[in-house]
Unconditional design. Structure first.
Length: 61
């Protein structure tokens, strides 16, 4: 699957999950916003740390 097709599919599935009556997906999204909010560490430093971990673990998706 081409990267653009994969991104379209992720967006389509994300939209479907947000419309779901189940609150788990929305709650997970809110958790992500809180995790990456500025605090003791800036959002930028948290994102760079997450990127470093992903690269070190070969986790690119």
């Amino acid at each position: 699957m081409h990267i653009h097709e994969r991104n379209r599919e992720k967006k389509r599935l994300g939209t479907l999950m947000l419309k779901s009556p189940m609150k788990v997906y929305a709650a997970f999204g809110e958790l992500g916003k809180k995790v990456y909010a500025d605090g003791a560490l800036s959002k930028k430093h948290k994102e760079l740390t997450a990127l470093a971990v992903a690269v070190s673990q070969n986790c690119f998706d």
